[in-house]
Ligand binder design. Structure first.
Ligand SMILES: *[C@@H]1O[C@H](CO)[C@@H](O)[C@H](O)[C@H]1NC(C)=O
Ligand SMILES: *[C@@H]1O[C@H](CO)[C@@H](O)[C@H](O)[C@H]1NC(C)=O
Ligand SMILES: *[C@@H]1O[C@H](CO)[C@@H](O)[C@H](O)[C@H]1NC(C)=O
Ligand SMILES: *[C@@H]1O[C@H](CO)[C@@H](O)[C@H](O)[C@H]1NC(C)=O
Ligand SMILES: *[C@@H]1O[C@H](CO)[C@@H](O)[C@H](O)[C@H]1NC(C)=O
Ligand SMILES: *[C@@H]1O[C@H](CO)[C@@H](O)[C@H](O)[C@H]1NC(C)=O
Ligand SMILES: *[C@@H]1O[C@H](CO)[C@@H](O)[C@H](O)[C@H]1NC(C)=O
Ligand SMILES: *[C@@H]1O[C@H](CO)[C@@H](O)[C@H](O)[C@H]1NC(C)=O
Length: 811
């Protein structure tokens, strides 16, 4: 009896507790409006306004040690995690955690008092009739009187965020926060300038300058109109932003009604975020600046910005300089040496491909390097100079300040930094960072900018959308949830959160891949680096899985760093990596599967007609140009050959196996031949001769591949190669073609002799001539005489455009 009674009691208590905990959120926290005479105290955690739909809250927000700001934030991510602040009343003057309060006075003013004494912020409004303060579903905090007249609203005083339907006007501007954790006003501003253009400004400690749109463009070149002086910009809930200067953009996920916010981030970039319900996080659906090193002031004076793995960019001091404030890069670097005005004590250190924008003493065209040096030496405050060679005469820009510095292999000028002569040589190590090499220990990647593939983003979004509309929503959500929750277990997962959101790149377990390949049964390729198997993922995507050789493998951290570079490289002519696996000794890479195998497998077949061959040549060149010049990390391929050019279902080429030079062959570091990548027959002469390597080694290999496609002959086939020590110069095919060219009187006649008989004479003469001419240029012995991959693309495409008059020659 007794036991039974206590049981009943227990369940009663339990029921009571349960009902209490269920009702709690509804009872005390549903305030969205306060009336005059009310104060919200900092000590009372329930004194929070919540918008009727529960999306926004307004209250005291902790910004540091016993420091609070009155703020509005998104209730997403939900409690426990850091909330997303969208507005602050007193960002530059936080209040104390005791006795501070927000009060709505009978006079109609809203005031914020610090520690019960000082007024740190006020709306300075007045009203004769009673007023009330409400937090709307839009995220707007509005002060109204009885008549419904709006006296004040937070939308008119933005901090760093613009919400949908909130107007950016001539009177408002967005100001970034100081850093990720410091919410006070920072250095970057988004505003309407006096000429009616919407601009981004770096308003730094010492200097200020506009960096968006590109300052050297006039308004119409930047696609803007300076004539409309209404100066209004607005974002709608679907992701359409439009401004009165004709600047518009649409979010990558345009069309969906999502929570969105446009923010000028502390790093000076403006990003549109949308709330991903499934992943419970904010994802970037647009950003103003793709290459973050372009943003001014990011590294302060005398330092260089470059792109690195893991975070977007890093700052480093110029040689001979040290950081001014070790906690904050915006202060830049200062000289760690003394330099007198005496010109005899100065020397110059060459930093190749380094640009410092602006702050020139003047521009001196048509000067020689020596003239430019002399000019700089004569000026006491010349910190160095930028010099660009050109056959018509060099351009010389002496610099009074070294600001906005970054290095980029694409930049053709060099910087000559002025330093004391006597210790100039001690900085040579620094300069070696810039050299390239194809061995496993060399630096193959170099800081480069990155075109995020917009088209791809849209396609992905369309897929998403189709999923939803097609009624597969639940399946999709479940799959993505599985994907995300599994990925989050991995140790490298946090770094790649953004990657997962944008591309679906992820970590697999060994068991998953074993299952996908049915126990590694279906081998489709085998190379020096490892064996490739075909497999099918649970979502029915066919994949090629490369199992890297075990004895070569490096540590997990290093592997993850490398893989995350490759995972970010995204171009239609480069094979896409979908994920990787690292478990114990196993290192595997998961790629999209290419239906038609490699170019090598197809070359001898009838399937590759002339048009396909030309398209493959163009596509391959585009892929390599992207690797060399456009992608986040400047990547040399070092092993371009028909086996590494794969063909999709439309015979579009995708270059495979790039970025792998560091993932493989660790154990061969000490061997006498360390430049282990590369295949005989495709290697450039300078490589075989152990001379310094540049991107031109890939250009050479590409030339061989094109000749092979045109002639149907392998690089060493048909001629007796004399092997001297295993590494003879692979001139055979090249020599053959060159000889034919030199012997023949006209282009057409010798072309006929070399062209692959499989084509049976079906080809466009003009295009073929261009293709062979370009290939022979790529095969110049002297590397500087070879074109760059982007020049190759240009030459081939120029032919494409005026080839309409060309007939197919039928012999
Ligand atoms: C929350 O913010 C604090 C600093 O304010 C930071 O140290 C912490 O990493 C953040 N947490 C998350 C989950 O972002
Ligand atoms: C935020 O930055 C400002 C300006 O540099 C500085 O005065 C303030 O102390 C910083 N606040 C915190 C909490 O670090
Ligand atoms: C975006 O908004 C502007 C201004 O409201 C409008 O003119 C334009 O048609 C909109 N674009 C789309 C695709 O809805
Ligand atoms: C100026 O811009 C505003 C806002 O975008 C627009 O409503 C107005 O029609 C524009 N005026 C002219 C003359 O184009
Ligand atoms: C260094 O920067 C921090 C953060 O902005 C600032 O609080 C501090 O005062 C600075 N120190 C010096 C020596 O300028
Ligand atoms: C610099 O060196 C030159 C020749 O070496 C000499 O004539 C000149 O006096 C020196 N100038 C100074 C300021 O020492
Ligand atoms: C550049 O200098 C050379 C010789 O010094 C001169 O002949 C030429 O006209 C100059 N060119 C220009 C554009 O000034
Ligand atoms: C990269 O972007 C620039 C400008 O946005 C464009 O001109 C260039 O063609 C792009 N490159 C590739 C490979 O997409």
């Amino acid at each position: 009896m007794v036991a039974q009674a206590s049981n009943t009691m227990d369940s009663l208590v339990l029921f009571f507790l349960l009902s209490l905990s269920f009702s709690l959120p509804f009872s005390s926290l549903s305030l969205d409006t306060i009336h005059e005479g009310t104060s919200l105290a900092i000590e009372k955690s329930e004194d929070i306004l919540i918008s009727p739909d529960g999306v926004f809250s307004a209250g005291f927000y902790s910004v540091g040690d016993n420091a609070y700001c009155y703020a509005i934030w998104f209730n997403k991510p939900s409690r426990g995690k850091n909330q997303t602040v969208i507005w602050m009343a007193n960002r530059d003057q936080p209040v104390n955690g005791r006795s501070s309060k927000l009060s709505l006075l009978k006079t109609g003013s809203l005031i914020l008092t610090d520690a019960g004494k000082f007024i740190v912020w006020a709306t300075n409004t007045q009203s004769l009739s009673p007023v009330h303060l409400s937090l709307y579903n839009t995220g707007n905090l509005v002060l109204q009187n009885m008549e419904g007249v709006t006296l004040w609203e937070s939308f008119d005083f933005p901090t760093d965020t613009l919400l949908p339907q909130q107007l950016l006007t001539r009177n408002t501007r967005l100001v970034s926060s100081r850093s990720q954790t410091n919410y006070s006003s920072g250095f970057y501003k988004l505003y309407f300038d006096n000429d009616n253009l919407l601009r981004l400004l770096h308003d730094g400690l010492e200097v200020s300058s506009v960096y968006w749109p590109d300052p050297w463009l006039v308004s119409w070149e930047a696609g803007r109109s300076a004539y409309n002086n209404s100066r209004i910009a607005v974002l709608d809930t679907f992701g359409n932003f439009s401004s009165s200067d004709d600047f518009t953009f649409m979010a990558a996920d345009y069309g969906l009604e999502l929570h969105r916010r446009l923010r000028i981030d502390y790093d000076g970039d403006v990003r549109l975020y949308s709330w991903d319900k499934v992943g419970e996080k904010w994802v970037v659906s647009w950003q103003a600046i793709q290459r973050p090193c372009i943003i001014y002031g990011i590294c302060g004076a005398n330092s260089l910005c470059s792109y690195i793995v893991g975070s977007d960019r890093k700052c480093s001091c110029l040689p001979g300089f040290k950081m001014k404030n070790v906690t904050d890069w915006s202060y830049g670097c200062e000289p760690d040496f003394h330099l007198s005005c005496n010109r005899n004590e100065s020397g110059f250190l060459l930093l190749p491909h380094v640009e410092f924008f602006g702050y020139d003493y003047g521009f001196f065209p048509n000067s020689t390097l020596d003239q430019c040096k002399n000019l700089c030496l004569q000026l006491c405050n010349c910190k160095g100079f930028q010099f660009k060679f050109s056959p018509k005469g060099g351009s010389c820009y002496p610099k009074t300040l070294l600001l906005n510095g970054y290095r980029s292999p694409n930049f053709e000028g060099d910087l000559y930094l002025r330093l004391p002569k006597h210790n100039l040589f001690s900085f040579t190590n620094y300069v070696q960072d810039f050299t390239l090499d194809c061995s496993s220990k060399g630096t193959v990647q170099l800081g480069r900018s990155y075109n995020k593939s917009r088209a791809n983003g849209i396609v992905k979004f369309m897929l998403w959308f189709a999923c939803g509309v097609g009624g597969f929503e639940i399946i999709c959500i479940f799959l993505v949830w599985c994907l995300l929750s599994r990925t989050q277990q991995g140790s490298g997962a946090n770094k790649q959160g953004y990657l997962v959101a944008i591309t679906g790149f992820r970590r697999f377990t060994y068991a998953e891949l074993k299952k996908a390949t049915k126990g590694f049964k279906d081998e489709i390729g085998r190379g020096a680096g490892g064996i490739v198997y075909k497999g099918v993922l649970p979502d029915n995507r066919a994949v090629a899985i490369k199992h890297l050789n075990e004895h070569n493998n490096q540590g997990e951290g290093e592997f993850l760093a490398e893989v995350s570079i490759i995972g970010r490289i995204n171009h239609m002519n480069l094979i896409e990596m979908w994920g990787y696996c690292v478990e114990g000794k196993h290192r595997l890479l998961v790629y999209e599967y290419m239906e038609h195998g490699s170019l090598a497998q197809n070359l001898s077949s009838q399937a590759l007609d002339w048009e396909k061959r030309f398209d493959i040549a163009v596509g391959t060149a585009k892929g390599l140009a992207y690797l060399h010049e456009e992608c986040l990390e400047w990547v040399l391929h070092c092993d371009v050959k028909p086996h590494n050019i794969l063909l999709d279902s439309n015979y579009q080429p995708k270059v495979a196996d790039f970025g792998l030079s560091k993932l493989q062959n660790r154990n061969l570091e000490n061997s006498s031949f360390s430049r282990i990548r590369g295949t005989r027959g495709y290697m450039a002469p300078e490589w075989v001769c152990n001379l310094p390597i540049t991107s031109k080694v890939d250009v050479y290999s590409y030339g061989i591949v094109v000749l092979e496609m045109v002639t149907g002959k392998g690089p060493t086939r048909g001629v007796h190669a004399i092997d001297s020590g295993g590494l003879a110069e692979p001139k055979t095919l090249v020599t053959l073609v060159r000889e034919k060219r030199n012997e023949a009187a006209t282009m057409a006649s010798w072309l006929e002799e070399i062209i692959d008989p499989v084509l049976e004479g079906n080809y466009e003469k003009g295009k073929m001539e261009t293709l062979v001419t370009v290939a022979l240029q790529c095969l110049e012995e002297e590397k500087d005489a070879r074109p760059s991959m982007s020049q190759v693309v240009e030459m081939l495409l120029s032919q494409e455009n005026d080839s309409h008059n060309d007939h197919v020659v039928n012999l």
